[in-house]
Design a protein around this ligand. Sequence first.
Ligand SMILES: [Zn+2]
Length: 106
Amino acid sequence: MSDHTPLPWVVEPGPDGMVWVLSEDDEANEGNVIAETEGPDRVVNAAFIARACNLHERMRDMLRRVEGLGPGGDCPVCGCTSGHQDHHSDCELAALLRDIDAAEKV
Ligand SMILES: [Zn+2]
């Protein structure tokens, strides 16, 4: 996956009532619009896109750190003890990390 446009992303009014999501550093993205939202939820949707993207990498990295913060380095959610390769099948932390890994392959 190639690098995305540098963060942070911000929300600004666009033309004709649309709302844009842009890089805060216009030069980083040559002033291109990252996303454009329309409709009655355009402001909150653009804000959600920017907020989610701005926080994504920090949340992912923190979840990976949390994975080994249980007693003795175990998973604090399921308690697995084998280096996190064998989370219990219902471990929500492992499922979330798998979903993040899969989404990042796009
Ligand atoms: Zn686990």
